[in-house]
Structure formats: C-alpha cells, structure tokens
Write a protein that binds this ligand. Structure first.
Ligand SMILES: NC(=O)c1ccc[n+]([C@@H]2O[C@H](COP(=O)([O-])OP(=O)(O)OC[C@H]3O[C@@H](n4cnc5c(N)ncnc54)[C@H](O)[C@@H]3O)[C@@H](O)[C@H]2O)c1
Length: 317
C-alpha cells in the first residue's frame, strides 16, 4: 500500500470517455475538488460534457456533496496526454473488450508509475483485459451505478494481474471521496449489483411475457412496494425483518420452504423475441405518456436527491 499515493496527494483525475457515465464521474470529481482532465474521441464531446456538468453541479451543491473549492476541468486531445499527469484514472469507454484493450495499449507507458486506473465496466472480466499491459497490476474495476454523481455504490473487482494493494487503494479512495465501495471477491460477468438487478429484471420481463401483469403494474409492484425498502436496506436485511422478532432464523424456518418452491417455479429465462420486445416498448411508452427521456431523467435525479438527503439525515450514527 505504501508505494501508492497518499489520498491527500491526489489532485488531478483523468476521465477517459465522457458519455453517460464519464460525464457524470467528471461532475462528481470536480464537485469533490479534484481537477479533471477529460478525453473522448467523439465529435462535439466537449460541448456535451460542459452541458452535462452545468446540470450536475447545482445538484451536487444542493446535495452538499460539493466542497468549497471545486476542481477545474481541462480537456485533452489524446488519452496519452489525459493520463500523463493524472493521480488517478477513471475509464468509461464503450462496453466492448477490443475498444478498452486498444485504449489501454495506447495509455500503457503514459500512466504515471503510482497511478491506479479504474474501469467503469458493467460486466467485462477484468483479467481478460489485462494481458501484456505494464500497468496491469494497477488496473481495477471501479463500477459505479448510473448516475455516478448521485448513486453512492462503487463495486471494486480485482483481475488476476491486479496487485491487491492497488485494489485496496481504489476501495479506500472511493470511500475517501464519499462513495460507498464494496469488494466483489470473484470475477463474474456483471459483477454483483448488475446480477441482482438482472435477476429481478428477468422476472419483470417474464411477467410481461407470461401476461402476469402490464409493464406499468410490474413497475408499480417494485416502485410502490419492495423497492421502497430496498433503498433503506438490502434484501437479506429485509428478510431479517420478515420473520418478526425471530429475525432471519424465523424467516428461514417459515418462508424458506415456500420460497424454495417459488425459485423452482421461476427457472424460466425469457427470450427477448421481437414480439416480447414490442410488448415491453409499447408498455413503457404507454406509461411514459408525454414525458420525454429528459423529463424522466430529471424526475429520477430530483427525487433521488430528496431520497439521498433523507437517508443521510436519518443515518445510524
Ligand atoms: N450506462 C450505464 O448505466 C452504466 C453504468 C455503469 C457503468 N457503465 C459502464 O461505463 C462505460 C461507459 O458506458 P456509457 O453508458 O457511458 O456509454 P456511452 O456510450 O454513453 O459513452 C461512451 C463514451 O465513450 C466514447 N468512446 C468511444 N470510443 C472510445 C475510446 N476508444 N476510448 C474512450 N472513449 C471512447 C464515446 O464517444 C462515448 O462518449 C461502459 O464500460 C459501461 O459498461 C455504464
């Protein structure tokens, strides 16, 4: 651990790829007082990034996440230039192994010796991306949730070539800047949280495929029901309370057998046929009504900020 930078010595963060996730990370790092040097290969990326930051910064100030001295944004013309003086790198290139591999090959040699590189990958296996890289021991998964400037969770996963000290550094650094980092101890497609999410979505899609409920009612079944508790505590803790005063033991005794039988009944994996896709799209369009994606993002972020404020105010001391 000693050979990596002290957290207080981190001043400048490189952000590679400034789409949905990269732009949100830029905003978060700036709000926390870090200078950000960003790079993206697309036409018009600077304007899109600035517009995103202009929307996100007031949210971060409102939430109390922003520090008094916010960082400054610099843009780079190449990824090599972006990382050259970076104390930490967050990579957010498209979710395609060849794209990430090519990018890593480009920056290998330019990443400073003590600098950790984190990839936001939602589900690629890190070990598959590390081959032949000089900075492979300092390459970790730092997987956020959309939008990373608001959602606290970051999953840290190590590849076979990752130095455990680098993983520990990244885990600690995310905590240091106000994120909630967890370790995922094995490399599996989708890490942990996306697998949990995908398991629920499989059932949600299957419910529509089987005609169990409409898209809108499936959404309500989560958002107006168990989803409210999941924002407060995870699924194991929720079930700890299901058993009343007897806690998890009572839950397992009383509800274990029926839930095991539901699991057996639930072993259907829906296929996303054209017909099913059309049903999902039509259902969501019905529910959206005249709201655009921008409207929904605004609604999500505004309500999320309110929820985060409430959660902070009522946090266990
Ligand atoms: N969208 C999500 O909900 C989400 C959540 C967590 C993590 N992620 C992960 O974040 C990463 C980025 O996803 P996204 O949703 O922001 O995608 P996106 O398509 O919105 O953004 C990708 C950006 O990368 C740029 N780009 C293209 N080629 C590049 C290259 N060679 N090097 C660097 N940048 C390049 C694009 O111009 C674009 O701006 C992916 O690994 C994804 O799995 C996505």
């Amino acid at each position: 651990m000693a050979r990596y930078r002290e957290y207080d010595a981190v001043k400048r963060i490189a952000v590679l790829g400034t789409g949905t996730i990269g732009a949100s990370w830029c905003s978060y790092f700036l709000a926390r007082g870090y200078d950000v040097v960003a790079w993206d290969p697309a036409e018009g990326w600077r304007e899109r990034l600035t517009a995103f930051i202009d929307t996100a910064m007031p949210q971060l100030r409102d939430l109390g996440t922003a520090v008094a001295k916010e960082g400054a944004l610099v843009t780079a013309d190449t990824p090599e230039a972006a990382v050259a003086e970076a104390d930490f790198v967050q990579e957010n290139a498209p979710e395609r192994a060849p794209i990430k591999q090519e990018l890593y090959a480009r920056i290998d040699g330019a990443v400073p010796e003590q600098t950790i590189v984190a990839t936001s990958t939602s589900g690629l296996i890190l070990s598959d991306l590390q081959g032949g890289l000089g900075f492979a021991p300092r390459l970790v998964v730092g997987h956020p949730f959309n939008p990373p400037h608001l959602i606290p969770l970051v999953e840290v996963v190590l590849g076979k070539a990752t130095d455990p000290g680098a993983g520990a550094w990244a885990h600690g650094f995310y905590g240091h800047i106000g994120k909630h980092a967890i370790y995922v101890n094995k490399e599996v497609p989708g890490h942990l949280a996306n697998r949990l999410q995908a398991a629920l979505w499989r059932e949600a899609v299957n419910a529509v495929a089987e005609g169990l409920a409409s898209v809108e009612d499936v959404n309500a079944a989560v958002a107006q029901g168990p989803g409210l508790r999941w924002a407060l505590m995870g699924p194991h803790m929720v079930f700890n309370l299901t058993g009343g005063k007897g806690g998890m033991r009572a839950t397992l005794e009383q509800f274990g057998p029926p839930i095991e039988s539901w699991w057996t009944d639930m072993q259907i994996t829906p296929t996303l046929t054209d017909d099913l896709k059309a049903k999902l799209i039509a259902g969501i369009e019905d529910e959206m009504g005249d709201r655009s994606i921008d409207d929904l993002e605004h609604e999500r972020d505004t309500r999320l900020i309110g929820l985060l404020k409430m959660l902070r105010a009522t946090e266990r001391a």
